[in-house]
Design a protein around this ligand. Structure first.
Ligand code: ATP
Ligand code: MG
Length: 363
């Protein structure tokens, strides 16, 4: 009798398609144990992505599902999470103490890469992860402003390593901390990449589950060199729905493919305009571009963020949306996007491979 209930419960929980993973929990190897304890069924689920805020919600969902199945009967469900370190691209050594480096890239400038990177970092931290943010955009560092750290200078305790600054629980290093904001960056390529790899290696990050890297826009030599030098376990490409940005985003996908960095997916930014006066929704940059691109290249659409004046106001004021309004619709969209990204990254280990591979034909 109890054996039957355990078997049923295992089936119900294992077949549940977890929305962030986009696959059944059993397939994602997230069902840790199902057993009977003093006459009742006890289920343990372990997610591979930060779920501090989400775990109780998932536990309640699974308990409801089980209660609705007479054959499984009522059960207790515990959901925990643990972030594992993923492989990095061939030939590179992972950074000590840093489990996962996620590169946030775009083919084109101004599509909202930094806004996406900062909100993703904050969302992962809000879910309980230890997170760092590296502003690798040498030409237009924007993280000091977005994180409300403008004008601050990082210190060194030992004269060797730089101590990162911290805001809202996220450690931050930016080339912007070391230069004046108005000062133009006239460094040439090799100097730039050297400065960056140095910044990456010489920062005292401590232990991190994720280091989010806000990459310079574009797909030129600097970006390519960075993709070859920084040990990255997964990349996301930010795009707007406009065709031209999509063409550029495709170059971004191809660049990561060249250096064997798994592309975790695409984030479509400014996908729909929501009028701040009347709430009317309008796809001013065209509809469905991100979804089409994701489908075409076999990568996931990790999120769609609206063109919303509050995103700009909050981010530019140094209190990004995930901090300013985590429970509003936009804050929730960022949290979901970050969870899907981390979930996708966690699947790389479950698959025992370097992650999903994409094929991109030359255009
Ligand atoms: N979804 C959005 N809705 C409204 N404004 C946004 C949105 N995303 C980004 N912005 C605003 O657009 C501007 C450009 O965004 P951001 O700096 O993130 O782009 P970027 O791709 O990093 O640009 P760059 O190429 O200069 O580094 C910023 O002022 C930002 O606040
Ligand atoms: Mg930027």
């Amino acid at each position: 009798m109890t054996d039957d209930r355990v078997r049923q419960a295992r089936l119900v929980v294992g077949n549940y398609v977890e929305p962030h993973l986009g696959m059944p929990l059993a397939e994602a190897k997230a069902v840790k144990s199902v057993r009977s304890e003093a006459g009742s069924v006890v289920v343990e689920v372990e997610l591979g992505f930060p779920a501090g805020r989400y775990a109780p919600e998932l536990a309640a969902t699974l308990e409801r599902l089980l209660a609705a199945q007479p054959a499984a009967g009522p059960a207790r469900v515990a959901v925990t999470w643990r972030v594992a370190a993923q492989a990095v691209q061939g030939g590179l050594k992972p950074l000590p103490g840093i489990s996962n480096v996620i590169a946030v890239a775009s083919g084109k400038g101004g599509v909202g890469k930094s806004t996406t990177a900062v909100n993703m970092a904050l969302a992962l931290a809000l879910d309980g992860a230890r997170v760092g943010l590296l502003d690798a955009d040498i030409y237009g560092p924007s993280q000091p402003r977005m994180m409300g750290l403008q004008g601050e200078r990082p210190m060194s305790r030992d004269g060797r390593r730089i101590e990162p600054l911290e805001a809202y629980g996220v450690k931050v290093i930016s080339i912007g901390f070391l230069i004046e904001e108005e000062q133009p960056m006239v460094w040439r390529g090799p100097m730039v990449t050297q400065a960056l790899t140095q910044l990456l290696g010489d920062t005292n990050w401590g232990e991190l589950d994720y280091l989010v890297v806000d990459m310079p826009p574009g797909t030129g030599d600097i970006q390519l060199t960075l993709s070859q030098r920084v040990p990255v376990s997964g990349a996301i490409v930010v795009t707007t729905p406009q065709d031209i940005a999509l063409l550029d985003a495709r170059k971004g996908l191809r660049m990561f493919q060249k250096v064997a960095i798994p592309v975790l997916g695409v984030v479509e930014n400014m996908s729909i305009h929501i009028c701040s006066k009347c709430g009317h929704e309008e796809p001013i940059f065209g509809a469905g571009g991100g979804a089409r691109m994701a489908e075409q290249y076999g990568v996931r659409l990790l999120g769609q963020l609206p063109l919303d004046i509050r995103i700009r106001e909050e981010t530019d004021a140094g209190r990004p949306t995930v901090v300013a309004d985590p429970d509003g619709p936009v804050g929730r969209a960022y949290l979901e996007m970050a969870r899907r990204t981390a979930a996708q990254l966690s699947l790389a280990a479950a698959a025992g491979a370097a992650g999903p591979s994409i094929t991109v034909e030359e255009t």
